[in-house]
Write a protein that binds this ligand. Sequence first.
Ligand SMILES: *Cc1c(COP(=O)(O)O)cnc(C)c1O
Length: 386
Amino acid sequence: MIPYGKQDIEQHDIDAVVEVLKSDFLTQGPYVPKLEKLIASNVNAAEAVATNSATSALHVACLSLGLSKGDYIWTSPISFVASANCGLYCGACVDFIDIDSETYNICPHALAKKLESAKLDNRLPKILVAVHLTGQSCNMEQIRRLCNIYGVRIIEDASHAIGGRYQDYPIGCCRYCDITVFSFHPVKIITTGEGGMATTNNLELANRMRLLRSHGITRRNEDLTNERDGPWYYEQQELGYNYRMTDIHAALGISQLKRLQEFVSRRNELALRYDKLLSDLPVLTPWQHPDCYSARHLYIVRIPNDSSKISRDEVFLEMINQGISVNVHYIPIHTQPFYKKMGFQENDFPNSIKYYQEAITLPLFPSLTEKEQNYIVSSLKRALNQ
Ligand SMILES: *Cc1c(COP(=O)(O)O)cnc(C)c1O
């Protein structure tokens, strides 16, 4: 089977991990702060806070922005459930904004309308989680302008997007948001095994996230609020979590980061090659906004839903039969049983539902060969009877 995504591990990655295993610290040693510094400088942000997943980074990001019970948080229905669950962890209510039919990211017009009516109902959200689906940035300039009008804070869920750019700024520089979150899960652009990172230009938010990722406990002299009992003294100031990244994971991340540009270029090269090879087929290839240089985490095509033609569902099964692990990203979050219980109806977000019926993710990862890619394309042709 050709998988839809796959990590790319070389000997230097393995050596980096082994070196940590032979050292004095497996966690809370020198590698985590080193990875944080490297990511911060790579994406041009002042601060970076490493965590054991993007999910936990989203959680501490929400907490650091003060999200709590009675608040609202909005995100896109077309994302992984973690983009919404982070709000529920904080006791907030989750709601969604429909996607734009071209980029599959949050639609700024839908956002504008929803903000207007939420203001009238006194239900404005505290946070908007803007998801950069497939690695292509949302229209952050518009989103930021709207959120500024209504006083909404912004988290960019850039789990797909490290190495990408928006208006020629690196994603993660937080020009248009308060906090950006990256994922280092193995299918994403670079990996630490499991791991995540939050970047920000706000030192206060960074310090809160650092506190929350480690039990809410500090022992840094300058942060203590009580007089010390002695040199052993530590202090719990908030209810935090154990969301720390280990040095083993960080060492892998440092090693992987060296090839970030190589990974992203190769992904773009393969994506453009798909665009060409698929140009004669009755499928919609991913449209790219000229402001965006995408990290190309996922290559998603749409099979137009037309009852006289072959459907996405048929194509999906046929591709699997031909040994290709295609996938669907994502089932709209509001249609998950857990979210349905909150009262969401399928057609609350019609663009997302239509997208979901048509989308299929073709394999894309740096070590995919042109020969494999040709096979994927000819299988798709066969599946479509072309
Ligand atoms: C993968 C992913 C996450 C969660 O990342 P983890 O590191 O696995 O916790 C969150 N949001 C999006 C959009 C993702 O793709």
